[in-house]
Ligand binder design. Structure first.
Ligand code: ADP
Ligand code: MG
Length: 693
């Protein structure tokens, strides 16, 4: 018998049950059955005295005693069996709502039983509903740690229990079943893993907690190891296949800029990241790198310095931003800096006049234009480069994969690509869904930043909040006031925003108020935004359209209305709009007073940290394994049976490391045929799920 043997070969599983197991749990083979792991374990090593049961939320407990009375109550479908059970120290009422007849026939007042279930208080007395019931002899078998196997309602109704699944797993393990090892010996040794065969036996029949933990570790490691192996192999293959520009030198533009024009010293994180990018650029392979850095961490300067390297190597560079305002801001910064060393920088957006546009096109073609900055206008068909070598994309999520792909077509050799994002991608995601990309992280803010003070306020404190804002405005600062989507009903939401605008305009009548929302025409939106960016308007009333990228260093207040309705990462992004200048900034979260526990925790995370990575990790925890697991898993090519992307990050890191080492030593896995075979069994679908191409 091996893992591919059909389960009908096991004692007690006939064609009907086999069909049911297949339909409900996808179990067809002995291997499937053994990989249907318990989701938790209960401890049946201890027998409780009824008199010792105390407290409200008791775990599953075991009691030993006899039934002293039993009667059927109620009629027909409502009927139930109620029995009294005692161990001499107290009484427990035991009820059955299903199998009433057969249960009442089988209970024997002479027999000592062991019951196992979760005690609750009912009518002032302990009650057990549908406990597991054993004779003393059969209880012996189930002593110790016992797995709780996931079931479906249908299986339960057909009388298939967790205990039954356990019994079948034991039956399978009791045959002369072979469970071959699939992880290479050297990895088993390095990571001190339990063998596969032992681990599966222990999972179904744990002798103790310590062995069980080792077994679980091994199984999780295995799942994550193959997941990582697959992703890494895909990334490496693609890299090997895509030829890229080889930027061999660092030349005059870079060197002169670096020695003469640097506005400030780079942070260590910026230095490290520039080295990583530089390292990629001279390999002859195309770079595909994700640059993560919290808002304000100085990604623009990294973009600029690496663009200078591209120019030094005789190619052109291009920087794309999601909106005209952002593109214009980048243009101002970069042309002022790079202009000093004679770099030719131009801005191209939808509103660039025809004459300038023609000039840009001409300069691009003859190669005299070094850096083109723009919105998606730069990927229009009539924009042709002489030699595009490097593309930087700011705030990736507004640029679709298809748009990016059009860039490739603009050059004979695919340009190097750097995608910059301020949205922290939790490590787990970076290692899995984005696992084929190289990731650089700026985990340090420039010195001297004053962290934004975040305050949580309720309606009763509103007056004080307005007074504070007023004070900031009087000092010449600016403020954002953000309204949430409340109803998913655009009309109503717009109304609440417009109401807010009216109130704010009246409250601060000496100041100018601009307003933006998602339903505005782009031109109107840009106009309102620029009123605020230029400082003409003092307050910007907005929906979350301002989330990404705007840089108004003079703004020191971010007031978020109904903050309880926002997600953590959104709140963090919004907060990132302030604290960009020399002045002390504030983020005020207005919330209703009655909020749920998770919502309160979210707001507390915001008031307790300004670190985007901590926020992202907390977000994952709060959204809960179910939710996150769902979204993350949907990005994965396989289902994980035991490992969790949310809670098993440390194991994931180990497994990734192991997979990297294996691929370094044996890139094609030619010395590891069983690993290859397992990989192809697990991942037979094509890898079309990579998020960034
Ligand atoms: P982001 O990563 O959010 O795009 P920016 O590149 O806009 O951040 O940088 C935010 C601010 O920090 C800018 O005003 C920039 O000039 C400044 N800055 C960037 N790097 C440094 C540094 N090493 N030291 C001091 N200030 C810096
Ligand atoms: Mg930026």
């Amino acid at each position: 018998m091996d893992s591919k043997t059909n389960i009908t070969y096991l004692k007690g599983i006939g064609p009907n049950r086999a069909e049911l197991l297949n339909k409900e749990l996808g179990i067809q083979t002995v291997g499937d059955l053994l990989q249907h792991y318990p989701t938790s374990y209960v401890d049946r090593s201890q027998v409780y005295k009824i008199a010792d049961l105390h407290g409200a939320d008791l775990p599953m407990v075991q009691i030993r005693g006899r039934f002293i009375a039993a009667s059927t109550q109620g009629e027909g479908r409502r009927s139930r069996l109620v029995a009294l059970f005692t161990d001499g120290t107290g009484l427990v009422e035991v009820v059955w709502f299903r199998n009433v007849q057969s249960m009442s026939r089988s209970l024997n007042p002479e027999t000592t039983y062991v019951l196992f279930g979760k005690p609750t208080i009912y009518n002032g007395r302990w009650q057990l509903a549908h406990p597991e019931i054993d004779t003393e002899a059969s209880a012996e078998i189930h002593k110790g740690l016992r797995g709780v196997y996931p079931l479906t309602e249908k299986l339960r109704n057909k009388g298939i229990t967790s205990r039954q699944l356990h019994a079948w797993a034991l039956t399978a393990l009791a045959t002369n079943l072979t469970i071959p090892e699939i992880i290479p010996t050297e990895i088993i040794q390095t990571y001190r893993l339990m063998s596969r065969s032992d681990a599966i036996r222990v999972i179904h029949n744990p002798p103790n907690m310590i062995e069980l933990e080792k077994a679980k570790y091994r199984i999780k490691f295995e799942e994550l190891f193959f997941l990582e192996l697959n992703i890494l192999r895909y990334g490496r293959n693609r890299k090997a296949a895509l030829r890229g520009h080889c930027f061999t030198k660092v030349g005059n533009f870079f060197n002169r800029f670096y020695s003469e024009c640097m506005p400030f010293e780079l942070t260590n994180a910026q230095k490290r990241v520039i080295k990583e990018i530089r390292g990629d650029m001279n390999t002859g392979r195309q770079m595909n790198r994700l640059l993560q850095g919290d808002v304000g961490s100085g990604k623009t300067l990294v973009a600029l310095l690496t663009m200078l390297i591209a120019i030094d190597n005789g190619t052109q560079a291009c920087l794309m931003a999601p909106t005209e305002i952002l593109a214009a801001q980048h243009f101002e910064t970069i042309s002022a800096l790079a202009g000093q060393v004679g770099v030719n920088v131009k801005l191209l957006t939808g509103s660039t006049p025809k004459k300038q546009r023609d000039e840009i096109h001409a300069q691009l073609l003859e190669g005299s234009l070094h850096i083109l900055i723009g919105t998606h206008a730069v990927i229009e068909d009539n924009v042709q480069f002489a030699n595009l070598g490097y593309v930087v994309i700011d705030e990736q999520h507004r640029f679709g994969v298809a748009q990016r792909a059009r860039l490739w077509q603009k050059a004979a050799i695919a340009p190097h690509v750097l995608v910059m994002t301020a949205t922290p991608i939790p490590r787990t995601l970076a290692m899995t869904v984005y696992g084929d990309l190289d990731v650089s992280i700026i985990d340090e803010l420039p010195p001297g930043r004053k962290p934004v003070t975040t305050l949580l306020r309720y309606d009763e404190g509103r007056q004080k909040v307005y007074e504070g804002i007023h004070q900031q405005l009087l000092e010449g600062r600016q403020a954002y006031i953000v309204y949430p989507l409340i109803d998913e009903n655009e009309k109503l939401d717009l109304k609440s925003l417009e109401n807010g605008f009216d109130i704010v305009s009246r409250l601060f009548e000496d100041f100018k108020v601009a307003m933006v929302h998602g339903r505005m025409k782009p031109a109107e939106k840009e106009k309102q935004m620029s009123r605020f960016v230029s400082g003409e308007a003092h307050i910007l009333v907005a929906t979350t359209v301002i989330e990404v990228g705007v840089n108004v260093p003079n703004a020191t207040v971010m007031l978020i209305e109904n903050a309880e309705r926002f997600g953590l990462s959104q709140l963090h992004q919004l907060r990132g709009r302030v604290g960009r200048g020399a002045d002390k900034s504030f983020c005020i979260l207005m919330s209703k007073q009655e909020i749920g526990r998770d919502t309160r925790r979210r707001l507390e995370v915001m008031t307790s940290t300004t670190d985007g990575f901590i926020v992202a990790e907390e977000d994952m925890k709060l959204r809960g394994p179910g939710d996150i697991e769902g979204t993350m898993q949907s990005g994965l090519p396989i289902d994980l049976k035991m490992a969790s992307l949310v809670t098993d990050t440390p194991i994931l890191e180990q497994a990734r490391h192991a997979a990297e080492q294996l691929l370094d030593a044996d890139p094609n896995l030619s010395a590891h045929p069983s690993v290859r075979l397992t990989l192809s069994h697990l991942f037979d679908r094509t890898m079309d799920w990579a998020r960034i191409s």
